[in-house]
Design a protein around this ligand. Structure first.
Ligand SMILES: [Zn+2]
Ligand SMILES: [Zn+2]
Length: 116
């Protein structure tokens, strides 16, 4: 948190709902839609929100994707995220079906040899 006197800017994230999403990192089909916003506060009372962002996190591997603002309404209604709704990949994990975490650049799992 960053304070100037009694004013403060606080970063908040709020889980909106679970959505269906086929993660590219692992083969999980569930994700969480999270609203991330900076809140301007006065004496710890939130005055307004700004720079709101919508983030999708995979419930299994923790990969994070930033979503298109224009797609958010549709996502909330349909509870589905398509690849076109993703604006950018913030962070991506890859997990093999055997549970091994895979570093970037590998084509085969170092543990079980499965092609990824
Ligand atoms: Zn995942
Ligand atoms: Zn494996």
């Amino acid at each position: 948190m960053f304070f100037i006197g009694v004013f403060g800017i606080n970063n908040r994230s709020k889980k909106i709902k679970e959505v269906s999403f086929k993660c590219t990192g692992c083969l999980n089909k569930r994700g969480e839609l999270v609203e991330n916003s900076n809140v301007f506060e006065f004496f710890f009372i939130p005055i307004f929100k700004f720079s709101k962002k919508y983030i999708l996190t995979c419930t299994k591997c923790g990969s994070m994707y930033r979503l298109n603002d224009s797609s958010v309404k549709k996502i909330i209604e349909t509870e589905k995220v398509a690849y076109e709704d993703i604006e950018e990949v913030i962070y991506e994990n890859r997990i093999c079906e055997c549970g091994e975490k895979i570093e970037k650049g590998y084509e085969y799992c170092p543990k079980c040899g499965r092609k990824l």
